[in-house]
Design a protein around this ligand. Structure first.
Ligand SMILES: Cc1cc2nc3c(=O)[nH]c(=O)nc-3n(C[C@H](O)[C@H](O)[C@H](O)COP(=O)(O)OP(=O)(O)OC[C@H]3O[C@@H](n4cnc5c(N)ncnc54)[C@H](O)[C@@H]3O)c2cc1C
Length: 504
């Protein structure tokens, strides 16, 4: 977000045309579903690159005489285009064993546990379970956190290996460590990075400073990693014990979640919904991406972040399809791949290597110092979390953005930066600003609670992956954004008319 290149593209933003392309996918099953099926069948012999995995356990050999292989699905909730499931199936086939998939359903006691997120997740998992059934893969929904329920499940079913996917976030890492401790020593625990195109630990062994320092490393590796996927096929070996059928409505109804943050209409949960959104992006919006992506009034973005966040869509699949379909939109394809691959994988890098990824203490020294130097600067406006949450500020653009996030579960990428920077300006300390920004983003954005969100807020408030700018009040050397700057870039009044209710 800090590059000069990015600045120049935003300056090139054009006035949106009166007739805008539709945002909602027009049909559920269009050409892309069929094309993906065909491509996967043609490429079914693709090899698994073993650099995508590492062993968490000391043992690497599957337990002799066991009854199956388990994929513990943690972050990547999809069947096809999933390197962790591909590897688990290959292991099971080599050993002539049944293949199991499990998800541990755990609801943290938190203001961030909402119907919006859990409904999207469970509806996506319902689709996963159906697909698994059709492929003779046993799907299990376990109730509880993985450290509590997974080891018992493995021993009850006498499973011989556990494969899981990768998340750089604190809680999944804790679950993984505690599963490692409680799993019998003769059962390998294997982690596969199924989320990043270039596995996080291959892209870089350390925290990268900015997009410019990771871009070359990732780009150099793309020929090896941005490949097609082998097909997850009908499994040859079936388990003697069938899984407990899941009542998905009942599962959702039983959760202790905040029902007041509801499901947005525009995002159809599940892989099929994600593929339909990708198709509509390729057909209708991709051509505008290079020139209009910083205009919140234009429908130029992919809208894919919720499906990528929940692993219902593979970013690698998205990149491949956009490259294949975007011959007539060269500049758009490269700027899209920059966001989808370089910027996104930089956020996993940050959270993986910086344990303070959600704290001002995780910022660079120059940024911490400048924020401290200006901590006592007078704030013209001071708002509480409640006032911000209710979009009760003096700034109509900010209120409109916040209102859209509350009602629709999304905010345009350009406005997200403005929105978070204003929170820094209108609260009493950077620590408070960061905590409010993360709370609002993670509670209301459908794609929230993701490394992209931690880095987005840290970039805006603490200068992560950015550079120092001209020093000013409150912000110090952190990049500043203001209302007038937005007016220069897009039709602010039009956006406010659309999203700011009359009473705000
Ligand atoms: C304050 C703030 C909070 C944010 N919170 C989140 C969040 O909770 N979840 C989230 O996924 N993104 C977040 N972002 C990053 C970015 O704004 C969104 O990914 C993007 O707006 C999603 O819309 P899209 O799918 O239409 O993106 P597109 O512009 O179509 O991009 C395609 C994909 O590339 C990735 N991407 C795009 N921009 C970025 C970026 N700046 N950094 C990393 N990856 C990117 C996303 O996976 C996105 O789906 C945040 C940014 C800021 C400044």
């Amino acid at each position: 977000m800090s590059d000069k290149k990015r600045k120049s593209t935003s300056a090139a933003v054009k006035e949106p045309s009166a007739k805008q392309p539709k945002l909602l996918p027009t049909k559920e099953k269009g050409w892309l579903q069929d094309r993906l099926k065909q491509q996967r069948t043609e490429k079914k012999e693709m090899k698994f690159n073993t650099k995508r995995l590492h062993f968490i356990s000391n043992t690497e050999k599957i337990k002799h005489g066991s009854q199956g292989v388990l994929y513990w699905m943690l972050r990547d909730h999809r069947v096809q285009d999933n390197w962790a499931l591909i590897h688990a199936q290959q292991l099971a086939l080599e050993e002539k064993l049944p293949l199991h998939v499990c998800v541990c359903l755990f609801v943290p006691k938190s203001e961030l546990s909402t119907l919006r997120h859990f409904s999207f997740m469970l509806k996506g998992l319902k689709e996963v379970s159906k697909e698994c059934k059709a492929l003779d893969i046993q799907f299990h929904l376990l109730h509880g956190s993985a450290d509590d329920v997974l080891p018992g499940f493995v021993s009850d079913r006498d499973l011989g290996a556990v494969v899981t996917d990768f998340s750089p976030l604190r809680e999944p890492i804790q679950w993984l460590e505690s599963v490692k401790k409680t799993l019998p020593k003769d059962i390998p625990l294997i982690q596969v990075d199924a989320h990043n195109v270039v596995p996080c630990w291959v892209a870089s062994p350390k925290q990268e400073y900015a997009a410019r320092t990771i871009r070359g490393k990732i780009t150099k590796l793309l020929p090896d990693y941005l490949t097609d996927f082998p097909l997850v096929e009908k499994h040859t070996y079936t388990a003697a014990k069938t899984p407990k059928p899941v009542d998905w409505e009942e599962a959702l109804a039983s959760l202790q979640i905040d029902q007041s943050v509801g499901e947005p209409e525009w995002a159809k949960p599940g892989t099929k919904g994600g593929v339909a959104m990708l198709e509509s992006f390729i057909d209708e919006r991709l051509k505008l991406f290079a020139t209009q992506r910083n205009d919140p009034n234009a429908a130029a973005l992919s809208q894919l972040s919720p499906w990528i966040r929940f692993g219902q869509l593979s970013a690698q699949r998205v990149a491949l399809q956009v490259q294949r379909s975007g011959n007539s939109a060269g500049a758009a394809v490269s700027s899209f791949v920059e966001e989808l691959v370089v910027r996104r994988e930089l956020t996993d890098n940050f959270c993986f290597y910086n344990k303070k990824y959600d704290s001002v203490e995780g910022a660079y020294e120059w940024a911490q110092k400048t924020l401290k130097d200006h901590a006592k600067d007078k704030r013209e406006y001071l708002y509480t979390r409640k006032q911000l949450e209710k979009a009760r500020t003096h700034d109509k653009l900010w209120n409109a953005s916040q209102h859209q996030m509350i009602t629709e579960g999304k905010m345009h990428g350009f406005l997200r930066m403005y929105w978070a920077k204003k929170i820094l300006e209108w609260t009493s300390s950077p620590e408070e600003a960061l905590s409010i920004a993360l709370y609002l983003n993670d509670r209301y954005s459908l794609d929230g609670q993701d490394p992209n969100g931690f880095v987005g807020c840290m970039w805006s408030i603490c200068g992560i992956h950015d550079q120092g700018w001209k020093e000013r009040e409150i912000f110090g050397k952190i990049r500043y954004m203001n209302y007038k700057g937005c007016q220069r870039k897009f039709d602010v009044a039009r956006f406010e008319r659309k999203y700011c209710p009359k009473n705000l």
